[in-house]
Design a protein around this ligand. Structure first.
Ligand code: GDP
Ligand code: MG
Length: 370
């Protein structure tokens, strides 16, 4: 027989735990909210409160869509998502800032920028590119460990005056392990002591053969300081993206990945998310990690209010009940009832993981329908 806590059962019935305790007291049972009760007692309570008993199967609750693949005909091209990696001081932050500066939309909007962990630019040619503004492989590895593979392309920054350094090698290894294609940006080419050819030669030692050396890894000489090579870098990113035929179904309930999240004193929990598929809309009911909520408002990286966010668009979401974690999956669901079920399920999974206990068998767990 499976057991469930009074609090958990109350949560699933959307009733107050105290009311359940009271009701059980009337039935002659003395329990506290954190106490577990057996299946028979739980069923009794569900009936007592006038709900229907519904057993939830694992496939029902698998909203993480591991098995749910969008049919080919629903897929439309989407922008690439790019992460910049490289050794400290080789110019990752400078390059991200310089690339942000090439955004034609930002030019029109007057250049207000809010930092939110990711941004999207519209290129001169009208294409979109999304950059994760969390440089460094720590973020990249952490996201991957949490099962979030959001990066399509890695731009490896190597300073032409410093060459291949330990973190350059680490970045190469992480990128290879992730199976993500790489573009090498040889930075600081404005410096008199810059030696881009040496960088290309040294990359051979790590099995990176760039185009200039007749290989198939694209490389480009840039300067984040002068802006040299930035257009070419964007062109190469778009070329790589084209080869990958990146697509997603925009016409479905959204799924997104949390890039970063924080608690804002005025606005409450804020999460920057990147839409993986579907279109995220204001008013959507969602579950994110173990939190749930409703999209109250969405802002882009230019501080503009959005009503909708398509695949590969990063947005800041207001209206989540708590602060989720980077790498958490956000899923839009059809009802608040469903959101409660799913967040309860995920909380249980998280607790089971924490206490290193096997999670309760799901097909014998209950949920209640109002
Ligand atoms: P990060 O640690 O990789 O994020 O590197 P930063 O972007 O913070 O850059 C480190 C230093 O290199 C800063 O002093 C930058 O101003 C400088 N820097 C970055 N890119 C360039 C460049 O293209 N040319 C020159 N001359 N300096 C650069
Ligand atoms: Mg930096």
């Amino acid at each position: 027989p499976e057991a469930i806590t009074v609090a958990e059962l109350a949560n699933r019935m959307a009733e107050k735990a105290a009311d359940l305790v009271k009701s059980m007291f009337k039935m002659g049972m003395m329990v506290t909210v954190n106490q577990t009760i057996d299946q028979d007692t739980a069923e009794l309570l569900v009936e007592e409160f006038g709900h229907n008993i519904q057993r939830v199967s694992e496939s029902d609750i698998d909203i993480d869509h591991t098995t749910d693949v969008d049919p080919e005909e629903t897929l439309k091209p989407r922008p690439p998502v790019v992460t910049i990696m490289g050794h400290v001081d080789h110019g990752k932050t400078s390059l991200l800032d310089a690339l942000r500066g090439t955004d034609v939309v930002r030019g029109e909007a007057g250049g207000i920028t809010q930092h939110m962990g990711a941004y999207q630019i519209k290129t001169k040619g009208g294409d979109f590119v999304t950059f994760l503004d969390t440089p460094g492989h720590a973020a990249f590895t952490q996201m991957r460990m949490r099962g979030a593979n959001v990066t399509d392309i890695v731009v490896l920054v190597v300073a032409a005056d410093d060459g291949i350094m330990p973190q350059t090698v680490e970045a190469i290894n992480h990128t290879k392990a992730a199976g993500v294609p790489m573009i090498v940006a040889i930075n600081k080419c404005d410096k008199p002591e810059a030696n881009p050819q040496k960088v290309r030669e040294r990359l051979l030692e790590h099995s990176i053969v760039v185009e200039e050396m007749s290989g198939d890894v694209q490389d480009v000489e840039v300067s984040a300081k002068t802006g040299k090579g930035l257009d070419e870098l964007i062109e190469k990113i778009l070329l790589q993206a084209e080869l990958m035929e990146l697509k997603a179904n925009p016409d479905r309930m959204a799924e997104a990945t949390v890039i970063e999240a924080k608690l804002d004193k005025g606005k409450g929990p804020l999460a920057t998310v990147l839409v993986n598929r579907g279109t995220l809309k204001v008013g959507d009911i969602l579950v994110v990690g173990t939190e749930s909520g409703r999209v109250r408002a969405m802002l882009d990286d230019k501080g503009r209010q959005l009503k909708q966010a398509p695949p590969a668009m990063p947005v800041e979401v207001l209206g989540i009940g708590g602060v989720p974690m980077a790498g958490d999956l956000l899923t839009v669901v059809e009802s608040e009832q469903r959101a409660r079920e799913v967040s309860a399920y995920r909380q249980e999974q998280a607790t089971a993981k924490r206490t290193a206990m096997a999670p309760a068998s799901l097909d014998t767990m209950f949920s209640a329908l109002a």
